[in-house]
Each structure stands twice: as C-alpha cells, then as structure tokens.
Design a binder for this molecule. Structure first.
Ligand code: KG4
Ligand code: ZN
Length: 347
C-alpha cells in the first residue's frame, strides 16, 4: 500500500489530497479562490499567489486530518510544478520540498496538464495506451499522444485563448458573471443555437486551435459593429438590453461553436494516429454538450472514452497524487533543487 500526498497550486485553486495506490482517494481538499478574482473577471496572478501562501498549510493539514493518518505515514509527496502561474506554482513547490526534506520522504514533480488525464483513472477507468489525450481547461486546449500516463507528445494546442478562457470571456460579454463556463452551459440548456458563429480553422497547422476570433464574433454579434468616436470604441448596443431568452440563444450558439471546433480537432487526430482509446480531462469537460458529443464520437469510432466524473474535472490535487504514484512506482523522483516552470508538456 502506497500513500501519496498531492499538492496543487498552479492557478487559483489551492489543493491537497491523499491517494492510495494511484486510485483510491482518501481525502481531497480544494480551496477555490473564485470570490477573490470575481470582481476582476479573471485570475489576478499576484492575488492568487498571496492567497495560496495563506491557504497551503491549512489545506495540507486538512487533507492529512481527513485521511485520518499521520504525516509520517505518507510514502511520497507529489507536486504540480508545471505549467501554470509561476508565483502560484512556487508556493506548492516550496511547501512540497519543505515537507519532503523535513519528513525524509521522496518527491515527484507532476505536469499539471498530464495530471488532468489521470482524473478519469480516479473515476475507475483503466485506459489502454497509446491513447489520445484531450485536455480542455481554463488554461489549456491540447491534444496529446500518450505512450503511457507520463510519456506524451503534444500534437495540437491553442495559439491564443484556451476554450475555458473563451467560455469565461463569452459569459463576461453576455454580462453573466465569472467564472463563466458553467453559466454558459446552464443558459445554453434553455436556448437554441440560432446564431451562426465561426468555427476557426488554421491553415498552416490543422491540429492547432484558435478561439479569439470566435470571441470577437460573439462580441460584435451581441453588441453590433463598433465605431470610433472621439478616440473611443463605441458599440451600438449593450448586453444588458438582451432578454433572458436572447442570452440563452447566444450561449447555445457560442457553446456549439466551441464544441464543434474541439470535436473537429479530435476527429482529425483519431484519423491520423493509431490509438487505443481517448482520455479527456480539464474543467471544460464538465460541459454537458462537450461530454455528450465526445461520447457519441467515441461510439461512432468504436473507441473507449475515459472521462472524469464532474468533481475531478476542475483543478484538484487527487489527480496530481494519482500521476505522482505512477512516477513513484517508476522511480522517477525529483530532488530538492526542483523548481517551478510556466511551461510544460503542452506549452
Ligand atoms: O481545469 P480548470 O479548473 O483550470 C485550469 O487548469 O485552467 O478549468 C477551469 C475552466 C474555467 O474556464 C471554467 O469556466 C471552465 O473550466 N468550466 C466550464 C464548465 N465548468 C467549468 N466550461 C464549460 N462548461 C462547464 N460546465
Ligand atoms: Zn487545470
């Protein structure tokens, strides 16, 4: 029996978890910072790293307490050290190194994007490799070819906004709140995709994604074409003039365009690479329409789809501890010179 303590602080969730043998989640604590960033309509890196600093030790303590174990019973400490906001990552890395040193326990360093692809394994899935990894989150939209859970090659990624970021900006254009993905998803369930929005396609590298044009198309669709007046950009309409039904229809139209764009990328990757299954993860996998469409695509292609349950879609430390167990089992240890990096396997 191997107990791994996972630590996650790459963006705006401070998280710690204890996982046994890579799959049994004994405790899983996530302290969200949504309320701190809400008024800015996005994550403010300086606020995020300060909040991590205040929360990291209580969150770790709670994970240990909830697991009903003693810190010394932990076999290894796994920390997400890349990619992410550098100030945020450093808080988790410093805490993990201090614990590893003081307890005399080994340390493993986990790529956050790859850890999202361990989330389905926590939900009882057992993928067969090689696999196509699909990570769709607030910071990433990436397609990866996985030889095994920790060896992968990125074959496509967004060249501008991530899909989750695009959802968040769409909700802000529609004046619905932040973070917006869940709000757009809910509104879309009461709407119809009546507006034709672009499905951006890149000419030079088909496997990459782009979402910033789609976001601008939504802005102009909702508020009309802007004019320059006295050096300022002025839109003919405001989003608050839209009825609830109109917002629902715009949400459905936007969501359909994002889902179509992701699905097209996944389809092309399935055609060009030999894979045994699809593994998907990341906050946007909580989206009901994306889940539905991925399931029917996998069905059509007669491929198994491994997808996390909703609670493991967004950032958490259980997935870090899970992939950490795989690294531990393969003796892929880090040393106390470990540092954080804003770049990872998919960036
Ligand atoms: O994986 P995650 O917690 O953070 C990153 O690693 O980036 O993903 C957060 C993102 C946010 O952009 C949020 O709006 C989006 O996931 N999200 C959703 C839904 N729930 C969360 N997007 C679309 N539909 C949802 N139901
Ligand atoms: Zn994430």
């Amino acid at each position: 029996m191997t107990l791994i303590l996972g630590i996650e602080s790459s963006c705006d969730e401070t998280a710690a978890a204890v996982v046994q043998d890579g799959t049994d989640v004994i405790s899983n604590i996530v302290a969200s910072q949504d309320e701190l960033h809400q008024e800015y309509g996005g994550v403010v890196p300086e606020i995020a790293s300060r909040a991590h600093l205040e929360r990291i030790l209580p969150v770790i303590q709670q994970a240990i307490l909830k697991a009903n174990i003693n810190l010394h019973e932990i076999d290894c400490i796994a920390v997400g050290n890349r990619p992410g906001l550098i100030g945020s990552l450093l808080v988790g890395v410093a805490a993990a190194k201090a614990l590893a040193w003081s307890l005399g326990k080994p340390l493993v360093a986990v790529d956050h994007v790859l850890s999202h692809l361990w989330a389905p394994i926590l939900s009882g899935n057992t993928p067969e490799y090689p696999a196509l990894g699909v990570v769709v989150s607030g910071g990433h939209t990436s397609l990866l070819l996985l030889e095994n859970p920790s060896t992968a090659r990125c074959i496509g990624k967004t060249i501008d906004d991530a899909a989750g970021e695009a959802f968040d900006k769409a909700a802000s254009i529609l004046e619905m709140g932040w973070p917006g993905g869940r709000l757009i998803d809910e509104a879309a369930q009461h709407g119809t995709a009546t507006h034709r929005l672009p499905r951006p396609r890149l000419k030079n590298n088909d496997a990459d994604f782009s979402f910033s044009g789609l976001k601008t198309a939504l802005l102009y669709g909702v508020r009309g074409n802007p004019k320059r007046e006295n050096g300022k950009t002025v839109f003919p309409r405001v989003a608050s003039s839209l009825s609830k039904q109109e917002k629902n229809d715009w949400s459905a139209s936007f969501q359909e365009a994002v889902v179509d764009t992701i699905l097209r990328g996944v389809k092309e990757a399935i055609t060009s690479h030999k894979i045994n299954c699809i593994i998907a993860g990341g906050g946007v996998l909580a989206n009901s329409r994306l889940r539905q469409h991925l399931l029917s695509l996998a069905d059509q292609e007669q491929l198994q789809l491994h997808i996390p349950e909703l609670s493991y879609c967004v950032d958490n430390a259980a997935m870090v501890a899970g992939l950490g167990w795989h690294l531990f089992s393969n003796s892929q240890f880090a040393n106390l010179e470990l540092t954080a990096s804003p770049r990872g396997i998919a960036s």
